[in-house]
Structure formats: C-alpha cells, structure tokens
Design a protein around this ligand. Structure first.
Ligand code: ZN
Length: 286
C-alpha cells in the first residue's frame, strides 16, 4: 500500500519535472538568437585585459554583469565602471526619501561594484536630463576616464533604443560612440572595441508587444530597433551572482525587475538556464 503511494508520488514528481524541463527548453529556444556568435571574451585576444563600462545610472551594469563576472573570474581582467549620474531622478522604492536618493543610489552602486569586483567611478551629471548637458563637456569627461584607465574594450547601451527606450541611455551611448570615433586614430587611445549591450530581434518584438508600460513611459518610433547582436556571452554559471547583484538595489526594485523580469519568482538556477546569455553588438572597432 505504502509502496504504491510512494510510487504514485514519484510518478507525479517525475511528470512535473518533464513538463518543466520541456517548458523551460521551449522558452529558451524561443528567445535564443543563434546568429550571435558565442564568445568567451569580448576583449581582443592580443590586448591588455582592461574593460570599461560607461552607463548613466547605478544599476545599469546589471545588463552586462554576467560578462563582467566572466572577464574578471576567467580572464583576470581589470574592469572600471563609470556611472555618469547618481540616479537621483529615479523612484525611491519607499526605501529612502527623495532628497537623499542620489546618495543612496551611489552607495548601492558602490556595493554592486564591490560584488562585481570593479573599480567604481561616480560622476554627478544630472539624471534624466543627460541630454541637456553640453556634449563637449560630457564627451571630455568620458575621454578623460578612458585616458586614465586605458580600457581596451568599452561596454555601454545601444545608441538607438538604449535597451528599452530611456533617453539617458541613448544619449550616453551616442556620446561614448562619438568619443571613440573622434579619438580612434590617436596613437595614445587605448580602446580597440566598443560593444553595445542589446537584445535579439525576437525578444525585442516580444517586449514591444507585451512591454506596454515601458512603451508608454519611453515612446519610440516604429523604425527604432536595437542593433542586431553580433556576439553572445553565456552567463548561466554566474546566475547566482547576477541575481544577488540585482537584489542589492533596494531602491530600484521596480527598474531592476524590468531588466530581469520574473527573477524574484523563479529560482536563479532555473532562471539563468533560460536567460542564459547576454547579447552584444560590436559598434566600433579599431
Ligand atoms: Zn538606466
């Protein structure tokens, strides 16, 4: 009697496991971009292992964190994270009052930098108004950081939709690209590659259909699409670390959940089996 009962339970569990495996496999294939070349490292083989992330807000680096963990743990790379604003215009998440949000987010960013193993560089350009900054001033700041830390590879957002439409993301990426183009022929310019973090076309199409809230907040024109990925980095072994990094941003829960939808509901070891890669577009090469 008991054996029969245990047998039934095992059968049910086994069936659930099969359904889940097939289901997650199905979703994995649905969002997989097979055209993006899988690479072990975005840093050129014969170049010093130095990378720089340039983003407008503390928490933006979550989008590339798997790649960063990989470069640091597997290639011993030195990574600098330049954050252009303190993110003071964002939501407080009910965690702190609005007047101290900038400082709170800066602290969260510092903590994230520690977890990632990167050197943080915090600037104080105005959040949500980055495009109002004099482009010469902003580009000069970016150029000075590149001159100081000498990265061979730079990561930023794409300069068309900024991952999901945020104007600061788009503007920052445009400025980084202009700096790269303006200085690529200087013999002292260290950067060899500029990558933009992006999404596969079918994921973008899915988001456009289902991400209504984002589209209402950040309207885009019909023809504005993220660049098609040239490379993919498989990040699933760093799922736990990425998840912890994301959860460290207490004030930005809502924004972080838009970057990693469902990560609080699904265990990381399943979640990152499905969302197992980060996608990049090689925007500039020297
Ligand atoms: Zn952002």
């Amino acid at each position: 009697m008991l054996n029969k009962f245990i047998g039934r339970i095992l059968f049910v569990l086994f069936t659930i496991l099969i359904i889940l495996t097939v289901g997650f496999g199905f979703v994995h294939n649905l969002i997989l971009d097979k055209n993006a070349v899988v690479t072990n490292s975005l840093i050129p083989k014969d170049s010093p292992k130095r990378m720089m992330l340039i983003f407008p807000h503390p928490d933006d680096e979550i989008t590339v964190s798997g790649e960063v963990f990989r470069e640091i743990h597997e290639k011993n790379a030195k990574v600098t994270m330049v954050v252009l604003t303190e993110g003071e215009a964002g939501k407080t998440g009910g965690v702190v009052s609005k007047d101290v949000l900038g400082k709170a987010r800066e602290k969260e960013g510092e903590l994230a930098a520690k977890k990632l193993g990167v050197t943080p560089v915090q600037a104080t350009f105005p959040d949500a108004k980055l495009s109002e900054v004099n482009p010469i001033e902003l580009k000069n700041y970016i150029y000075q950081q590149i001159k100081k830390y000498k990265p061979t590879t730079i990561l930023t957002y794409d300069d068309v939709v900024g991952y999901y439409g945020h104007p600061d993301h788009i503007f920052a990426a445009k400025m980084v690209r202009e700096v790269f183009r303006e200085h690529k022929d200087d013999s002292s310019f260290s950067a060899k590659r500029l990558y933009m973090v992006t999404l596969p076309p079918k994921v973008w199409d899915g988001l456009s259909k289902f991400g209504k809230k984002l589209r209402e907040k950040y309207p885009l024109r019909e023809n504005q699409r993220p660049p098609t990925p040239t490379n993919a980095v498989i990040v699933k072994v760093y799922g736990k670390q990425i998840d912890e990094l994301a959860k460290g941003y207490k004030t930005q829960q809502q924004a972080v959940d838009a970057l990693l939808p469902g990560h609080r509901q699904i265990p990381y070891w399943i979640y990152f089996k499905v969302l197992d890669r980060e996608y990049f577009y090689l925007a500039e090469e020297n």
